[in-house]
Design a protein around this ligand. Structure first.
Ligand code: AKB
Length: 336
């Protein structure tokens, strides 16, 4: 008999790192992880780790022959800056990799006559504000507004959301008999900030980068203008959102893709928080025009009232608590 597991792809990334700790502590289903990297030493005993790519169909088929995926938490992706340097690779990983996993989840749902739950983190990159005037005129965007991403990553995320909805609601719609379909649920995250890992390949990275640099007494040149505003969220809240959405009863959900947000900051306000806690921080601004363009296309904040209403979403960390109680003490301990 195949072993029932939760499959986490991209498990060695920032979200994966925090999610594994959380799930292992909860003691739920066994966790199977898949990532191109080796699993961090401190997490190896918490999971069964497979080193490999989500684009490797033969590997995925082999995993299906050994494991029953009750839930797939699909984190693997090339982030927004990295994807601009390798757009076709990004499409292969972010879209084709997701399609392979959706296919597997769809097949498994039919085979076992029970939906596989498919959890997908999307992003504010799914939005594309045409200019700064529009960005400031519409600071709290709803899920279906301004869905005109300017990046490969954002386009990939938006399309994969649609694919997930297709596989959950319309898969094999012309067949005589309606199959048991997978159950797709997605959250659109703002820029995430972790005290324990430093991001790479993203465009919201200037926030966490300036904080981690200050904690190490390193000067930091921020790659966006001081007035650049986007939403951010503490990593524990991101994990909270994924877990709460996964646990919500299906009949409570009025949509499959939900905004979640915590607080919105300009780069200057972010830097002021950093300086408040690390008075020696040396932060300057050296805007990178192209990365600036990406940040300018993302909304100031998102409207997450649907997540609040449908599944009780509420972040634990506002701006003040995020820095004072989560980021600063943990980062200080990390680099001391
Ligand atoms: C990125 O910057 O690409 C990500 C994101 C906002 O999805 N952090």
């Amino acid at each position: 008999m195949r072993k029932k597991v939760t499959l986490i792809t991209g498990a060695c990334g920032e979200i994966g790192h925090a999610l594994i700790d959380h799930l292992a502590e909860q003691g739920g289903a066994p966790i199977l992880t898949l990532d191109l990297q080796d699993m961090a030493e401190g997490q190896r005993n918490k999971v069964t780790h497979i080193k490999g790519s989500i684009t490797d169909k033969a590997l995925l088929e082999q995993l299906v022959s050994q494991y029953e995926f009750d839930q797939i938490i699909h984190l693997a992706a090339l982030l927004s800056t990295r994807a601009e340097f390798s757009p076709s690779l990004a499409h292969r990983v972010n879209v084709e990799g997701t399609l392979l996993l959706l296919d597997i989840a769809a097949e498994q749902s039919e085979f076992r006559q029970k939906p596989v739950q498919f959890i997908f983190p999307s992003s504010i990159a799914a939005y594309g504000m045409p200019d700064l005037a529009t960005k400031s005129q519409f600071p709290n965007v709803k899920e279906w507004e301004w869905n005109y991403p300017t990046t490969m990553y954002g386009a990939n995320k938006l399309y994969c959301e649609r694919l997930g909805i297709y596989y959950s609601e319309h898969f094999k719609q012309l067949a005589e008999e309606k199959p048991v379909m997978l159950e797709f649920r997605s959250v659109r995250f703002p820029g995430l900030i972790s005290a324990f890992t430093v991001p790479s390949g993203g465009t919201s990275d200037y926030g966490p980068e300036m904080l981690h640099a200050a904690a190490q007494n390193k000067a930091y040149a921020c790659f966006v203008r001081p007035d650049s505003a986007i939403p951010f969220m503490a990593m524990p809240d991101a994990i909270k959102a994924l877990i709460a959405l996964a646990a919500a009863p299906a009949d409570a959900l009025s949509q499959r893709v939900y905004n979640v947000t915590a607080f919105s900051l300009t780069a200057e306000q972010f830097a002021a928080e950093v300086v408040r806690h690390f008075p020696q921080a040396a932060i300057t601004y050296a805007p990178h025009l192209k990365r600036q363009g990406i940040v300018d296309s993302w909304p100031v904040d998102t409207d997450d009232h649907k997540a609040r209403k449908d599944w009780g979403w509420l972040p634990d960390y506002d701006q003040q608590r995020c820095f004072a109680e989560y980021l600063v003490p943990n980062i200080k301990a990390r680099y001391s």
